[in-house]
Design a protein around this ligand. Structure first.
Ligand code: ARG
Length: 564
């Protein structure tokens, strides 16, 4: 049920000569306070047409508008405020949810066209940072949002597995490393070697030369270099996969930077054939002055290609492979300049699809005031953060519900879910700091709060012994507490669409929090299990809430345990 549409139609009957139906619909507002009604129509726009003041217009047309949906109208200055017939709206909305279940809110905007989403993309031999976590969970949520509105998302992990740093790493490993140590704690050990390389190179610059040499060897396919690189890559991926498994996230492609090694010639040829390359002290660049950007560096004087070159190759590859409708890059805002350059070079090369490339930036998160990877010089792995969250969740479950079966599984769903939810509930561009204690709380605007609310709603349904409703029934509710829940359910399609248009998972997270809050107020004030004329409708509202909360959580990549 789209009550805005129905109210717009009622208004249109009076205003068909002045405004289009869609114009009326766009003008409708949602009043900030419930005592100003459910929908409001401002008349300012009509003042010119009618040559009257808006308040007068509201008086004139207000009285003649009628619809079976309207319970009451109030004219307040230039506004016509409508109060809806709650019984009709609630029945229509609940019918939809109980019959559509998790398909409720689906839209067909995308017509199944492809949308590659570049996400996560950590660098080999380094710990995954909080930024990579953000990219992973925001990318995953966007993929779910795009699927919900009818696109086919393709999750791509563009692993940072190529570049001069691998020459340095090989050098350091050969000097100071051992197979045993790398096997024991791959990421920590590889990072130690890398850090040591830079420390020693400060006093002994010849080391840098050695590093360059080993990278050249790697590029030329030297057996020892390739073997070490392959091994480091594998060990790193194994570590990253531990995090992905815990987040329940998988990728459709893990073609990283190295995948494009044999596709760089094409990029250089293409730019050459379009006369875009110029030389700057032996390096090849694309001038981007007319875009107010620094030149894009495509090839160094020694023939080495760069991050940008690999991204150009990747963009072309993705266009050819997926013929995308949009191509997203979920990467921190510190790389905005890089993506502006990428788009500018593609635009210069006359690819009109450069406009379909969207960098989705996000802000920086810190834990306890510090960046994740370096605490007192020691590395804090993302995995340890998830384990800390797991343990805190377990502790709370032990206190609240010691007899719960599968406590460990639920603690993982709650702990990991808490970290993910917290990451997604803030506008993605915000910078913020978090402490694990605040994230894993069962009260407040947290993931566990939403999960807990849903589990409670599930237990009500259990007690009542219902799992399903016949959608041909009427579910008429008119109390103010139900109404707040019904309105949030009714808005769901708009919420999904806004999240999609703004590339903003926090819109879904906020919907989940508001729905959980409205449901808890309902449950505190309305006796659901008492015998009452409205009992079935109330239970249908409970069921609808469990469905939509679960769908919100699923989109965010958070599990919804039935008991906790
Ligand atoms: N590996 C890069 C980093 O950690 C992110 C890669 C983002 N994706 C891309 N196509 N450039 O900074």
């Amino acid at each position: 049920m789209d009550y805005k549409q129905l109210i717009a139609e009622a208004l249109h009957e009076q205003l068909s000569e002045q405004l289009e139906l869609n114009e009326i619909k766009d003008l409708l507002e949602k009043p900030k306070h419930a005592d100003h009604g459910d929908v409001a129509f401002p008349t300012f726009q009509l003042a010119k047409i009618f040559r009257k003041n808006p308040a007068q217009i509201a008086q004139d047309i207000g009285s003649s508008i009628s619809s079976p949906l309207i319970e009451d109208k109030q004219i307040v200055g230039p506004y016509i405020n409508f109060f809806l017939k709650k019984e009709i709206v609630s029945s229509a909305v609940l019918k939809e949810v109980v019959s559509e279940k998790n398909n409720f809110g689906n839209l067909n905007i995308g017509h199944n066209s492809n949308v590659p989403i570049d996400m996560s993309s950590p660098n080999i031999a380094k710990p995954m940072s909080m930024g990579h976590l953000r990219s992973t969970v925001i990318g995953n949520a966007l993929a779910n949002i795009f699927a919900k509105v009818g696109y086919n998302p393709i999750r791509i992990n563009h692993i940072g597995d190529w570049g001069t740093q691998f020459g340095k790493l090989i050098t350091a490993y050969k000097k100071w490393g051992s197979e045993e140590d790398v096997r024991k704690e791959p990421i920590k050990e590889l990072l130690r070697l890398y850090v040591k390389f830079h420390a020693v190179a400060e006093d002994d610059p010849s080391l840098l030369e050695e590093g360059r040499l080993w990278f050249k060897n790697l590029e030329n396919g030297n057996e020892e270099a390739v073997e070490l690189w392959t091994w480091f890559r594998e060990e790193s991926l194994n570590e990253f996969n531990k995090v992905y498994d815990r987040l329940n996230i998988s990728f459709d492609s893990t073609n990283g930077e190295a995948f494009y090694n044999d596709k760089m010639g094409e990029v250089v040829d293409l730019l050459n054939s379009k006369n875009l390359l110029s030389s700057d002290q032996g390096a090849h660049i694309v001038d981007l002055e007319k875009y107010d950007l620094n030149p894009a560096l495509i090839m160094k004087s020694d023939g080495a290609t760069l991050y940008m070159t690999r991204d150009l190759a990747a963009a072309l590859y993705r266009k050819n492979t997926y013929n995308f409708a949009q191509s997203l890059y979920v990467v921190g805002q510190e790389q905005s300049n890089h993506f502006n350059q990428l788009k500018a070079v593609l635009t210069e090369a006359d690819f009109d699809w450069a406009n379909d490339i969207h960098h989705i930036p996000f802000g920086l998160i810190t834990k306890d005031g510090k960046k994740l990877s370096t605490r007192k010089g020691k590395v804090v792995l993302l995995e340890d953060v998830l384990t800390e969250a797991h343990n805190l969740a377990l502790k709370q479950i032990e206190e609240k519900n010691p007899d719960l079966p599968n406590k460990e599984i639920v603690a993982e769903q709650v702990g990991v879910g808490a970290v993910v939810f917290h990451d997604l509930k803030n506008d993605r561009l915000n910078n913020f700091d978090f402490t694990i204690e605040e994230v894993v709380q069962f009260e407040g605007e947290t993931g566990p709060y939403v999960q807990y609310t849903r589990a409670r709603a599930m237990s009500i349904l259990n007690k009542a012994g219902v799992t399903d409703f016949d959608p041909s029934n009427a579910f008429e509710l008119s109390d103010e507490y139900s109404w707040e829940v019904i309105k949030l359910l009714q808005e769901y399609k708009h919420t999904i669409k806004r999240a999609y248009l703004n590339y903003e998972p926090s819109i879904i997270a906020k919907h989940a929090i508001h729905l959980a809050q409205a449901f808890n107020r309902f449950y505190a004030n309305v006796r659901v299990l008492d015998e009452h004329d409205e009992k079935e409708a109330r239970l249908a509202l409970v069921l609808a809430t469990t469905e939509v909360l679960k769908e919100d959580l699923r989109i965010l990549g958070v599990e919804a345990p039935n008991e906790m």
